[in-house]
Write a protein that binds this ligand. Structure first.
Ligand code: CA
Ligand code: CA
Ligand code: CA
Length: 310
């Protein structure tokens, strides 16, 4: 997970820092996982994490591995392909429940850790799920889910967050100029009350799936947005201020007039400087250690010191 660029003064930013924080954040050990989809499903302004799970033939199941080992030791002399198929059919299915982790960044503690709320949010169905996609299917301001299952019909989950929580949101539709009509690669930063949210237009996510090309921001209790910065892949940008929430806003690249200037990187803590003294090889009187004897220099020097002392 990345912490993103940290502001370090006017016009400066540090290099983004990426760390493995799965265990620390409470989202590790989720079995056979396929589609991890980060999006704000409860519209509180913090991205949550939905993870599909399951494997129809869990060939790492230890009970099966023991069974297979015993079977192969005592297999019949006329062991056939049909016997292999029978073995495959004995591999158990993991058939598990998908995970929904709520981001707790908005809680009073302010810690960006996650809690599994699958049961509380009604996602308790057992399945072997792989691909999944989020989209506001009914255009009511919250993200619904479509989940692909193996040997089972797909799930369609209607999100009731708009009725239960009444949080604000903002949805953006990008219209790129030229052939990139959906503005793939566009970066959007939303600023509100000293905080910022960031989304990048990259609909292909998770496992063999594509999300809605509309960008969705949850806003919690805030009914207004201070500003929106949209940076298109061409380098053009536009900044919108005092944006009204709870709407689908269309952003057109043809209206982007200015050019984005990337913030200057913060100065490094260490800088190499020229040596304050000129070095001369004591044996060759050269400034470069190019003599084979250089490799044994410490011991030779020590030998000279000792011979003088003796
Ligand atoms: Ca959330
Ligand atoms: Ca919806
Ligand atoms: Ca809804």
């Amino acid at each position: 997970m990345g912490q993103g660029a940290q502001s370090r003064g006017k016009g400066q930013s540090s290099t983004p820092l990426f760390s493995e924080v799965g265990q620390l954040a409470g989202i590790s050990n989720t079995d056979w996982s396929w589609s991890p989809l980060l999006a704000d499903y409860d519209n509180d302004g913090w991205k949550d994490l939905y993870i599909t799970n399951g494997y129809v033939r869990d060939y790492t199941n230890l009970d099966f591995l023991k069974y297979m080992t015993d079977y192969m030791k005592n297999r019949p002399a006329n062991f056939s392909r049909e016997d292999v198929l029978e073995l495959v059919h004995k591999i158990p299915s993991s058939n598990v429940v998908n995970y929904m982790f709520r981001n707790r960044g908005g809680d009073p503690s302010g810690e960006v850790t996650f809690t599994n709320v699958g049961s509380a949010w009604g996602l308790t169905q057992h399945s072997n799920s792989t691909g999944a996609a989020y989209a506001d299917l009914d255009n009511d301001g919250d993200l619904d889910l479509v989940v692909n299952n193996t040997n089972q019909p797909a799930f369609i989950f209607q999100n009731e967050a708009n009725k239960e929580l009444h949080h604000h949101y903002l949805t953006l539709k990008l219209e790129g100029a030229g052939a990139n009509t959906q503005g793939v690669g566009t970066k959007v930063t939303l600023y509100r009350k000293g905080k910022q949210q960031y989304l990048e237009q990259m609909p292909t996510r998770g496992y063999q799936s594509s999300m809605s090309p509309r960008l969705h921001f949850g806003l919690g209790e805030d009914s207004s947005v201070d500003s929106l910065r949209i940076v298109w892949p061409t380098g053009k940008q536009q900044v919108l201020t005092n944006v009204k929430t709870d709407q689908l806003l269309t952003i057109q690249e043809k209206n982007a007039q200015s050019t984005f200037q990337a913030p200057r990187p913060a100065p490094a803590l260490f800088q190499e400087i020229p040596s304050p003294i000129a070095f001369t090889d004591p044996l060759t009187k050269s400034m470069i250690l190019n003599d084979k004897r250089c490799w044994s220099m410490p011991s030779r020097l020590m030998g000279r010191v000792w011979s003088k002392r003796m």
